[in-house]
Design a protein around this ligand. Structure first.
Ligand code: NAP
Ligand code: 8YV
Length: 314
């Protein structure tokens, strides 16, 4: 008999198809009244499949699934999963670390290069016929050889630091604990790192512990020549403070893949030329999303056949 699996939110179509073939799958998004459905049938499901940047596994959903034994999440962020509730109930939590490091690091550099060299803005300039009309486009800022501050030197942060070597950048990082065995200097004071950096890339975990880590004081330390890049979570930055700093030109610019209230982006940012905005696509390549989907399936298979996960969230 197939295991009964609940799907929260939408997933890659190919992954949804595989899940529907291998499991007795129910998509909660297809239900007209999800709460009423869960009240009647929540006890039927032993597995939950979800995504890190999408539905997650909030407290209420876990509570509505009394027979739940395993959660398999598409992505690495754990901020939308109530890990404490899962731990208390002995529910295994699988996720997809490492396989997306390259693409998220690449996106951090895409944003950094774009906002520094003004490529998206220059593209808009050409399309608007302004080059053809004889106007001159202004100068950007140099990336090669510049100072890169990384906030969070985990799996992705270290991949970003290695990429920076290719640009001859001077790299330093901030995290709560220094990372052993890496060549880059640890800066224990976040504000000092911001003061030093030309580019400050945010790639910490999300959640309560990092909420509004980047506030007015960090933005002021970064200053009018400094750029901010965020590929972590919108919650890590005080977005209202960031909007003010950008509007008042107290920082030079920002490249943002994530926002506090996705998919809503602060209206003030839409008209600013010194900001590059992406719709949470840092891991979004065919190759990486396929590998993430395979890990979601492998975690479920390993759990249901051997009682273990390939990648277990601590
Ligand atoms: P990871 O290996 O767990 O690294 C997380 C880093 O954050 C660690 O260096 C950790 O160091 C640091 N950190 C945690 N709390 C901190 C704090 N309060 N102050 C300073 N540093 C702190 O995770 P990862 O795989 O690199 O992924 C990082 C995050 O990227 C994920 O959690 C996810 O939210 C985000 N992400 C976003 C996308 C996207 O599409 N934009 C894609 C993938 C991942 P310490 O514990 O020593 O402080
Ligand atoms: C995905 C992410 O875009 O891994 C994460 O934490 O935020 C991203 O890789 C997301 O999981 C898909 O919703």
């Amino acid at each position: 008999m197939k295991h009964r699996l609940l799907q929260a939110g939408r997933l890659l179509p190919a992954l949804e198809q595989r899940l529907a073939t291998e499991y007795d799958l129910l998509r909660l998004a297809d239900e007209a009244d999800p709460d009423a459905f869960l009240a009647r049938h929540g006890g039927d499901f032993t597995g939950l499949v979800t995504s890190a940047g999408g539905a997650g596994a909030p407290t209420a959903l876990i509570a509505a699934l009394p027979a739940l034994r395993v959660i398999s999440s598409f992505g690495v962020g754990l901020d939308k999963i109530d890990l404490a509730a899962a731990r208390e109930r002995g529910i295994a939590v699988g996720y997809t670390p490492d396989v997306l490091n390259d693409c998220v690091a690449d996106t951090a550099f895409a944003l950094l290069l774009d906002v520094a060299r003004r490529t998206a803005e220059a593209d808009r300039f050409v399309r608007a016929g302004r080059w053809a009309a004889g106007q001159a486009f202004g100068l950007g800022r140099k990336v090669s050889g510049a100072r890169l501050g990384i906030v969070g030197l985990g799996r992705i942060g270290q991949t970003i630091a290695r990429r920076a070597g290719g640009f001859d950048m001077d790299v330093r990082y901030h995290s709560r604990r220094p990372v052993a065995g890496v060549p880059w200097p640890h800066e224990p004071a976040l504000r000092e790192l911001a003061r030093w950096a030309d580019y400050l890339v945010i790639i910490t975990a999300g959640g309560d512990e990092t909420r509004h880590l980047i506030d007015d004081s960090v933005l002021d330390a970064l200053g009018p020549r400094g750029f901010l890049i965020n590929v972590a979570r919108g919650s890590v930055i005080d977005e209202a403070a960031l909007v003010r700093a950008l509007v008042e030109r107290r920082i030079a610019g920002a490249g943002l893949d994530v926002f506090e209230r996705e998919p809503q982006v602060p209206a003030e940012l839409l008209s600013l030329d010194n900001v590059v905005l992406l719709p949470h696509i840092a891991s979004g390549t065919e190759e990486t999303r396929q590998t993430m989907a395979a890990r979601v399936l492998d975690n479920l298979t390993a759990f249901f056949t051997e009682g273990r996960l390939v990648s277990a969230a601590a």
